[in-house]
Design a protein around this ligand. Sequence first.
Ligand code: FMN
Length: 338
Amino acid sequence: MVEVDVVNLLHDGRIGLAPMEGVIDAATRDLLTRTAGIDWTVTEFVRVVDARLPPRVFLRHCPELAGGDPRTPSGAPVHLQLLGSDPVALAANARQALALGATSLDLNFGCPAKLVNRHDGGASMLRTPWRLRTAVSAVHDAVGDVIPVTAKIRLGFADRRLALDCARATEDGGASQLVVHARTRNEGYRPPAHWEWIGRIRRRLSIPVIANGDIWTLEDYWKARTLSGCRDVMLGRGALADSGLAPRIRHWQGTGEHLPPTPWADKASLLLDYAAMQRSILSSKTVVARLKQWMNHMRGRDPEAARCFQALRRITELDDFLAGLRASMTSEAPALPA
Ligand SMILES: Cc1cc2nc3c(=O)[nH]c(=O)nc-3n(C[C@H](O)[C@H](O)[C@H](O)COP(=O)(O)O)c2cc1C
């Protein structure tokens, strides 16, 4: 009976698309929310140091702001993420974001990058929960009456000793929702993700806690939800590796059916759409680099993606790359363009 209840509980729950700097831009958010599955998205972080940033910086990270209510074309809300440690600067930029039309602000306390951490941003804040609370509270005082302020943390910097204190600090500071990436900063992206630790946090907080880290398959989704007890999850690399993951989870939630694996042709078609959207905005070289980066996320879990990546990885010309990609959709082994 207990098992049946758990399965019933798993049949709802929201799915967020994780922020990924240099990877998940507005075009990717658009593409990954075209099929039902993703309920909300988050921008790449806007780095806040000491000054109020000009509108163009916000619009670069979140072009969706230009339409007023920031959403992807298919309607998924886009939350704007800020990264910083100075409460005054964070508050000033939160007000700026609000004035530009942001409808939800997320604060990044998980970034492991050495440069960011050296300047006291991202995961380095996890060493001092009181500072984390001050930062969240400054942003909440600035805009919290008008729009929600949320936070994203890891389980700690070097170890998990302060995990609960950090989580509580975000709630005490006024965060209305917390995403927990189930690893410490020093664990980087190495498996496993400690989903049971998200459960420990969830039990101590009264705000919704969202499970994040290493959800690559429907089975991972069940495990992450069961071990964390969280209703909602956030998908990052898993959604890039398999654009069908969120729709597969959504389909299973609605019907109990398991959809077949996403065909390579569907994934390649998504990459072609991405290139078509970006080639008038970015340089050809950058588009090729972005395509390779996305394929790199796909190839670990899809032999056809791995074969195609191997065949195309040395190509730098965009049209050649796209020709190879198109060929890979119909032939067994992608042909290298002459
Ligand atoms: C290349 C890359 C860029 C990322 N950029 C951000 C970011 O801008 N903001 C953020 O909060 N997390 C960022 N993350 C962390 C992800 O949002 C997510 O927490 C992490 O990848 C674990 O989830 P996953 O296993 O589903 O990918 C990034 C991760 C990667 C791999």
